[in-house]
Design a protein around this ligand. Structure first.
Ligand code: URA
Length: 239
């Protein structure tokens, strides 16, 4: 039997399990035009549905869950986690029922600010974090010591991290001013930016994520604010 990706499966199996009826009976329901998927009558027993397909049999709604996508301006001092004993979490910033079922797409350190994405669509978040997809993340960085052109080459060449036994992928560093750089990464290793500047004994004083893929943090969002993504943003974020 062919395994379906996460959250996907055959319509007939879904109805059969949900209504506790045989696949034969499901076929009958479909033939009698008593089943709608996303508002249209369907008769294809092998139709593949996912967890966001709205499925109705007669007047009974078997499944109706909306995919949700949010961008949030993470302030410093807030943890990228669902629970924390000492600090406010990113999810604490989302009010009431809006919060249900959401997870974070990647993390930022406690003292990093900027763009964070939240969703209940694990297929979307997986696509964003797959190394092959090369979704770039851009950070604005303020440093303790002046930058030199040597940094540009070192970031582009990649750096070997002994603890994980990996060499970082080519990263782009742009010198914005004496103490400010813009860095673009296509991966997210533990404290990656701080560790890369650490090679030059240069401490990161401020770190702010400006964008993920083609999506920029909305400049009208104050720290702690969030808004839903538009349908175009959800699709258009990928390179
Ligand atoms: N690199 C870091 O060091 N910290 C972050 O939060 C993100 C990238």
């Amino acid at each position: 039997m062919k395994k379906q990706p996460l959250g996907r499966g055959r319509l007939d199996r879904f109805i059969s399990e949900k209504c506790q009826i045989s696949r034969r009976d499901v076929r009958m329901l479909l033939a009698q035009k008593r089943v709608t998927v996303d508002g249209s009558y369907v008769d294809d027993i092998g139709l593949i549905i996912d967890k966001f397909s709205t499925i109705v049999v007669d007047d009974k709604v078997l499944q109706a869950q909306q995919a949700r996508y949010l961008m949030l301006h993470k302030p410093t001092g807030v943890v990228s986690a669902t629970k924390d004993e000492h600090h406010k979490t990113v999810l604490d910033l989302i009010d009431g029922e809006n919060y249900q079922g959401l997870h974070l797409v990647g993390r930022l350190d406690l003292n990093t600010s900027g763009l964070v994405l939240l969703t209940n669509d694990s297929r979307w978040s997986e696509q964003l974090t797959l190394p092959d997809k090369k979704v770039a993340k851009t950070y604005w960085v303020r440093l303790a010591k002046p930058l030199t052109v040597d940094y540009v080459e070192a970031f582009a060449n990649g750096m070997y991290f002994h603890t994980e036994d990996i060499t970082t992928r080519p990263a782009m560093l742009e010198i914005v001013s004496e103490y400010v750089a813009r860095v673009t990464l296509v991966e997210g290793r533990y404290h990656q930016i701080k560790r890369m500047f650490g090679r030059f004994q240069n401490q990161v004083i401020e770190l702010h994520r400006e964008s993920i893929g083609k999506l920029k943090l909305d400049s009208s969002l104050a720290p702690g604010d969030y808004r839903p993504l538009t349908a175009q943003e959800v699709v258009g974020i990928f390179p």
